[in-house]
Design a binder for this molecule. Structure first.
Ligand code: COA
Length: 260
C-alpha cells in the first residue's frame, strides 16, 4: 500500500541527516513520489555513498551538501545552494540528531551542550535558514521535525536528548503559531524503535534491551523506516493540509506500555 505515484511532483524537499538511518528512508520515499530532494550532513563519504545508492536502487537523483546543523551560516549557505539546485524548499525535514547513553551524574557539560546544539539548536538553525524559501512555497511550506516518544517521559541515560527533543516539540508548536500566517505548517513525528537504524542498534540492542523493548511494544515488532517516511508524506502533502503544531507518534503504541 502506498501513496499515489507523483503525489509530491513539483515539490522540493531538504532532509538533514538524509544520508543514513531514518533520514535515508525519508529521502527515498519523497524522491520516488516525485519530489526533488537535497540532503545535508557532516560526512562527505556518507553523502556520496547515499547519493550513489539512491540513484542505483531507486532511480532518484539527490542533491547534497556537507554541513553541520550547529553552524547557522554554513547551513544557510548549503540550503540556499540546494534550493537553487532543486527549485526552492517546499518541505524541510529536520532529522539530523546526535545522541549517546550516559547517566546524567557522569555527563560532562560539553556532552550536554553538544547534543543540545545538534538536536535543538540545529533544528532552530535549519528552520531559520529555510524560512525565506518556505515562505515562497506555492502551496505553503512544511516543516517536519523528527522527535521521539521518549521526549514525553523521563529518559534515563539521555537527559540531553530528551530535553532537546522536548524542546523541538515546543519549537514546532511555536512555529506553527507564528508561521501559519505564511501558510507554513510545522509538525513533528515521534518514532518508536525503528529496526535497522543506528539508534536502535546502539541505544537498545547494544544495551542488551532488545528483547525487553520488543516485548513491551503492543504491536509486537520494531517499526520500519518506511513507517516514518509514510508519516512524513502524509504531513508534507495535501493529505495533511489542516494539520499544524501537531505530533504524530509512529511507535506501535509502545509509549503506552512502558512496563519495567
Ligand atoms: N558517553 C559520555 N560522553 C560522551 C559520549 C559517550 N558515549 N560520546 C560523546 N561524549 C561527550 C564527549 O566526551 C565530549 O565531552 P568532553 O569534551 O567533556 O569529553 C562531548 O560529548 C562531545 O563529544 P564529541 O565526540 O567531541 O562531539 P562530536 O560533535 O564529534 O559528536 C555526537 C557528537 C553526539 C554526534 C557523537 O557522540 C556521536 O558520534 N554519536 C553517535 C552518532 C549519533 O549520535 N547518531 C545519531 C543517531 S541516534
Amino acid at each position: 500500500m502506498s501513496f499515489a505515484p507523483g503525489i509530491l511532483q513539483g515539490k522540493s524537499a531538504i532532509v538533514t541527516g538524509g544520508a543514513t538511518g531514518i533520514g535515508s528512508f525519508i529521502v527515498r520515499k519523497l524522491g520516488t513520489l516525485g519530489a526533488k530532494v537535497g540532503i545535508v550532513s557532516r560526512k562527505q563519504e556518507n553523502l556520496l555513498k547515499a547519493v550513489k545508492d539512491f540513484k542505483e536502487e531507486d532511480g532518484i537523483d539527490v542533491a547534497w551538501r556537507t554541513g553541520d546543523v550547529r553552524d547557522p551560516d554554513g547551513i544557510k549557505k548549503a540550503f540556499d545552494e540546494l534550493a537553487g539546485e532543486i527549485g526552492g524548499i517546499d518541505i524541510l525535514v529536520c532529522n539530523a540528531a546526535g545522541n549517546f547513553i550516559c547517566p546524567t551524574e557522569e555527563l560532562s557539560w560539553n556532552g550536554w551542550r553538544t547534543v543540545i546544539e545538534i538536536d535543538l539548536n540545529g533544528t532552530f538553525n535549519c528552520c531559520q535558514a529555510a524560512l525565506l524559501h518556505l515562505k515562497a512555497a506555492t502551496d505553503g511550506g512544511r516543516v517536519i521535525s523528527i522527535s521521539t516518544t521518549q521526549a514525553d517521559f523521563g529518559w534515563p541515560g539521555a537527559a540531553h536528548a530528551g530535553a532537546a527533543k522536548s524542546g523541538i516539540q515546543n519549537l514546532m508548536k511555536t512555529l506553527a503559531a507564528e508561521w501559519g500566517q505564511y501558510g507554513i505548517r510545522a509538525n513533528w513525528i515521534s518514532p518508536g524503535p525503528i529496526e535497522g537504524t543506528e539508534g536502535v542498534d546502539r541505544l537498545i540492542i547494544q544495551q542488551g534491551l532488545g528483547d525487553q523493548v520488543k516485548k513491551n511494544i503492543p504491536l509486537g515488532t520494531f517499526g520500519e523506516g518506511d513507517d516514518i517516511a509514510n508519516a512524513v508524506v502524509f504531513l508534507s502533502s495535501d493529505t495533511g493540509k489542516y494539520v499544524s503544531g501537531a505530533g504524530l507518534a509512529v511507535d506501535g503504541a509502545s509509549q503506552w506500555n512502558r512496563q519495567r
